[in-house]
Design a protein around this ligand. Structure first.
Ligand SMILES: CC(C)(COP(=O)(O)OP(=O)(O)OC[C@H]1O[C@@H](n2cnc3c(N)ncnc32)[C@H](O)[C@@H]1OP(=O)(O)O)[C@@H](O)C(=O)NCCC(=O)NCCS
Length: 122
């Protein structure tokens, strides 16, 4: 069973949510967002229209995604991370707390800062 709620979360009726995903209090998920399986959308995260959130993604509290953002499988966005419209975060990439995604990020890197850039070691 999908866990959607508590009621203080807003999920537009057009949103699709895969099995095992959970959306926490205060989250806002806007029209035509697609959320895969085993995704967590934490407290007060905001996902704007037409975003695609693939399987196994974790969006930490206060993540803010503008419209048409794609978060690929297994990516982790730390608390307060943001992404501007249309950007893509690669699979299994970590965006550090407070990071701002203003360019697409590749897969399997750790990116931090404003703007978020992959750390040299990743
Ligand atoms: C990005 C992150 C994964 C890196 O973790 P780490 O590899 O253990 O990094 P460290 O703590 O060893 O820090 C390494 C360097 O990166 C810097 N750094 C760490 N996190 C950063 C961040 N979010 N933004 C900018 N710089 C950061 C540190 O200041 C340090 O810099 P220094 O070497 O100049 O001192 C982690 O700091 C982070 O932001 N995690 C998010 C946690 C979170 O939001 N959880 C939510 C749970 S619901």
């Amino acid at each position: 069973m999908d866990l959607v709620g508590p009621p203080s979360a807003f999920v537009d009726p057009s949103v699709t949510i895969g099995p095992g995903s959970v959306i926490f209090a205060g989250a806002v998920v806007q029209p035509d967002v697609r959320i895969g399986a085993q995704v967590s959308v934490s407290t007060a995260a905001a996902i704007d229209h037409d975003c695609v959130i693939e399987d196994f993604v974790h969006l930490a509290p206060g993540t803010h995604l503008a419209g048409n953002v794609t978060i690929e499988q297994g990516a982790f966005l730390g608390v307060g991370a943001v992404a501007i419209p249309g950007r893509r975060v690669g699979a299994w990439t970590t965006v550090g707390a407070g990071g701002a995604v203003v360019r697409d990020l590749p897969s399997e890197v750790v990116a931090v800062g404003v703007p978020a850039r992959p750390r040299p070691s990743s």
